[in-house]
Design a protein around this ligand. Structure first.
Ligand SMILES: [Zn+2]
Length: 159
């Protein structure tokens, strides 16, 4: 819009210049026209840079959209899985099927953080080193600790 205004102003000056050429000295008007044209040039460069930045942003958003769409498609390949502790994680469906038939101990499945999965991020849970052998898993993306085993039952003594 600013460029259009500058072009219009340059045209106005050019028209005035034509009138002045017919009647008097046009030197001041030529300088004015030159200034207006330089202004148009600067604003055009600014607009070109803004356009390039916007095109770059559009490309980033298109990539993000493709990633979201791919995640939606792949989401069908995963299912929820409960640890003995009652904590929920996400697991690949074929692995879950094998675990149901062969048992948890036979496989070394990849567990994914449920909270991160809801945010469309696949974060593989890793055993929390300092908690071994209590089997606590850790999400290194959201720092969530997820207990694997059922908590030990508390014995209450009644007198
Ligand atoms: Zn997480």
């Amino acid at each position: 819009m600013a460029t259009l205004e500058s072009v219009q102003s340059a045209l106005n000056i050019a028209n005035t210049l034509m009138e002045l050429c017919k009647t008097g000295s046009p030197a001041a008007r030529v300088a004015e026209l030159r200034e207006a044209l330089l202004d148009v040039k600067d604003k055009s460069l600014d607009l070109q840079q803004e356009r390039q930045a916007l095109e770059h942003k559009v490309m980033e958003l298109e990539d993000q959209l493709r990633e979201y769409e791919r995640f939606d498609l792949e989401q069908a390949d995963y299912e929820d899985h409960a640890f003995p502790s009652g904590a929920w994680v996400v697991i690949e469906k074929p692995i879950a099927q094998r675990m149901r038939s062969a048992g948890d101990s036979v496989l070394q499945p990849k567990y994914f953080c449920q909270a991160c999965f809801e945010r469309r991020k696949r974060s593989i849970l890793q055993p929390e080193a300092k908690s071994q052998p209590r089997k606590v898993f850790m999400c290194h993306l959201c720092n969530l600790s997820i207990p694997y085993d059922q908590p030990p039952r508390m014995t209450v003594e009644i007198y």
